[in-house]
Design a protein around this ligand. Structure first.
Ligand SMILES: *Cc1c(COP(=O)(O)O)cnc(C)c1O
Length: 434
């Protein structure tokens, strides 16, 4: 398993943020999400420091769906990042974290009236409009409330970023945005401009997730700028902004290439500058929306081994006290992870095992054919790179309690989200009146 951030082997015991996983397990129990706060902060700073230009302002928008808690909002605010939300629930959480709402961008392909009203009432910075119906809804609501709001239009630029089928979003048939190839696209933009309370800033695209190749982004930049130019010429309007979305890839296993965020950002900025010059254009601001690449490697999940089983069919199982309820990604997208026996780092990983959870699903696996040291009851399994889309996608299937999330830094721990309790499980459950 690759070590990230402050991870260390301290006499065979894994240590993160200067805290031993044995202490963490003792204090917070397992399963437990452990967030390396220093690495999150370093990642945020890397984006802020490297996605920068003399030609235009830049904005780093953290895609909160990757992992959202009050602590995350505090860190994003500390480093001057903005926040993406895609639902009323995310908006509410961000608001409750006292994050400045004028730095919040609201997404979603099917925003409800309630959500659009919330954007106006909470003073959300930018609404990224998805479609014609939504333009009309927000335009009318803004008129009713007599409130101005900044908007962008999500467009589908038809670029197929090389990634897993299920998390690819920019095909021509994607449910997100309006296609730039649509004959009606100028009319759609005109519709926005005609609402006096919608202030149109420009276009947004998001070409996929787990992208490692700068080429996809370079192509995206050219397509977006040419399109922006054609709209501003045709409609005789000044378009100030462009948002290129997120999707920067992270290392999960040896099958993934590593992205160097500094180089990747420099190459993007350079390509934007070059293309602007070539097209004889100016923009005031360009934004990007990293999610996974800020928290992915910074989070890991700690489990206890409850037992092992050698099947008649030859597969060796290591049973852990969590599984698809805290990490659905292997079952959902055949996502792969690396793992170690976190209390036996100095023992050779000689066993080939399947790490399985405790849910009533055969697909409840963290991984097949994983190399581990010989596991015994009471050992700790640590799975790396679960910081993004782990907690966010967790569930109560089989009435599992959602684990706690703890931040570690400089030898100290801070509980960010409490473990659920049995009372939580039945707190919304109501008897029939028989
Ligand atoms: C999910 C999402 C992101 C973040 O994607 P990552 O792969 O986590 O970087 C950014 N923008 C939009 C619109 C998204 O839907």
């Amino acid at each position: 398993m690759r070590y990230f951030g402050t991870m260390k082997n301290n006499n065979g015991i894994l240590e993160i943020g200067g805290v031993s996983i044995k202490e963490l397990a003792k204090e917070y129990k397992t399963p437990l999400y452990i967030m390396d706060q220093q690495l999150i902060e370093d990642n945020m700073k890397k984006y802020i420091d490297n996605f920068k230009s003399d030609k235009f302002k830049t904005e780093i928008v953290y895609a909160s769906k990757a992992f959202l808690s009050k602590a995350m909002c505090q860190l994003a605010d500390k480093y001057g990042l903005s926040m993406d939300a895609v639902s009323a629930g995310e908006l509410y959480t961000i608001k409750m974290a006292n994050f400045p709402m004028n730095r919040v961008h609201m997404h979603g392909n099917n925003k409800s009236i309630e959500e659009l009203e919330m954007c106006l009432d909470l003073g959300v910075g930018i609404v990224i409009l998805d479609n014609i119906l939504e333009i009309e809804r927000l335009g009318e609501l803004a008129d009713e409330k007599n409130k101005k709001i900044k908007v962008m239009l999500r467009v589908n630029i038809g670029i197929d970023a090389h990634t897993h089928e299920y998390i690819r979003t920019s095909k021509h048939s994607s449910k997100f945005g309006e296609s730039i190839f649509d004959k009606n696209i100028y009319g759609i933009v005109e519709k926005i401009i005609n609402y006096k309370n919608l202030e149109f800033l420009g276009f947004h695209c998001h070409i996929g997730s787990q992208i490692f190749d700068t080429k996809a982004f370079h192509e995206g930049i050219e397509t977006m700028l040419k399109f922006t130019k054609s709209v501003s010429e045709k409609l005789k309007i000044n378009i100030q902004e462009m948002n290129l979305g997120g999707g920067f890839g992270v290392y999960y296993t040896e099958e993934d290439t590593e992205i160097d965020v500094e180089k990747f950002m420099h190459s993007m900025v350079e390509h934007i500058e070059k293309t602007l010059e070539k097209e004889n254009m100016n923009l005031e601001r360009v934004s990007i929306e990293p999610g996974r690449s800020i928290v992915g490697n910074a989070g890991g999940t700690l489990y206890s081994v409850g037992g092992t089983k050698e099947t008649y069919g030859g597969v060796k199982y290591v049973f852990i006290d969590g599984g698809m309820t805290d990490n659905i990604r292997p079952a959902l997208y055949q996502a792969k992870y690396e793992a170690v026996l976190a209390n036996k780092l100095n023992e050779k990983p000689e066993e080939i095992v399947t790490i399985a959870g405790k849910c009533c699903e055969s697909g409840d696996l963290i991984g097949k054919d994983m190399k581990l040291a010989k596991a015994c009851v009471g050992d700790y399994v640590f799975v790396s790179t679960t910081g993004a889309y782990g907690y966010s996608m967790s569930s109560n299937y089989n009435k599992a309690l959602r684990p706690a999330v703890v931040f570690v830094k400089d030898g100290k721990t801070a509980l960010s989200i409490k473990r659920e309790t049995y009372e939580d499980l039945v707190s919304k459950d109501i008897f029939l009146n028989l």
